[in-house]
Design a protein around this ligand. Structure first.
Ligand code: DC
Length: 233
């Protein structure tokens, strides 16, 4: 069976992008690349170095010199990937509430996006990747073999984030999570540079009423159907 070798997955926060892409990557034996992790990494480093969110030049310089890399999980602690900044494993720090609160602002900085573009494209060029984000099908890998756009209602996305936080032992407030997601949707979709958009050739999958397993099965069927479409050409 011929499979798509680059799969782009876009969608809003909490649409199931990471969980579905990770499970799909495991099923296919592909590398899962969560590009949100790169923006989170720059955000973490900016917070650690007390760089102002209003200083695009310093944020851009930080992104240009961050020396980030992504690989498979490496550690068996439930993670989906490992992010290194230089030699330092920063993976566990990327989902903190401080990072969550600032990442949309930092990911709207044009210079930061440009600095991360080459890194994402070079990982995509390795092939056998599922790359998830906001602008993968539109900007990062416009020639991806297969593009998926995942979506879910705001309530459903908030409830998933809430459960994730509780499961990982973190404090959680459903109303705050819903408001935070809504705010990030507004910033991610409204920014000038590479906003969250559905590529015209992306296949739309609404996961609101699907369990994780059902959503992964649906995505897997789409991957297999690509083979049929490809063969028919
Ligand atoms: O998918 P996530 O929640 O980890 O993404 C974190 C932030 O990074 C989110 O606010 C949008 C931004 N992001 C982006 O702008 N472009 C991407 N390709 C991936 C994430």
């Amino acid at each position: 069976m011929v499979l798509p070798t680059t799969i782009a997955v876009d969608g809003p926060a909490g649409s199931g992008k990471s969980s579905i892409s990770f499970a799909l990557a495991q099923r296919l034996g592909y590398l899962f690349v969560d590009t949100g992790a790169f923006y989170r990494a720059i955000t973490l480093l900016a917070l650690e170095q007390s760089i102002s969110l209003d200083d695009p030049l310093r944020l851009t310089a930080l992104a240009e010199n961050a020396d980030l890399d992504l690989s498979g999980p490496l550690l068996d602690d439930g993670r989906q990937y490992t992010i290194l900044a230089g030699q330092r494993d920063i993976t566990p720090l990327l989902s903190s509430t401080e990072v969550e609160a600032c990442v949309s602002v930092i990911s709207a900085v044009a210079g930061v996006r440009q600095a991360l573009l080459d890194l994402q494209r070079s990982i995509g060029a390795r092939g056998r990747v599922i790359m998830a984000g906001r602008d993968i099908g539109t900007v990062v890998l416009p020639d991806a073999d297969l593009k998926l756009y995942l979506d879910a209602s705001l309530d459903q996305r908030a409830s998933r984030r809430y459960q994730q936080r509780l499961t990982s032992g973190q404090a959680a407030n459903l109303d705050e999570i819903r408001a935070g997601l809504n705010n990030r949707d507004t910033i991610d979709s409204g920014r000038d540079v590479a906003p969250l958009l559905r590529a015209p050739d992306a296949i739309y999958l609404d996961t609101s009423d699907l369990s994780l397993d059902e959503a992964v099965d649906a995505a897997y069927r789409i991957v297999c159907d690509w083979n049929g479409a490809h063969d028919a050409v």
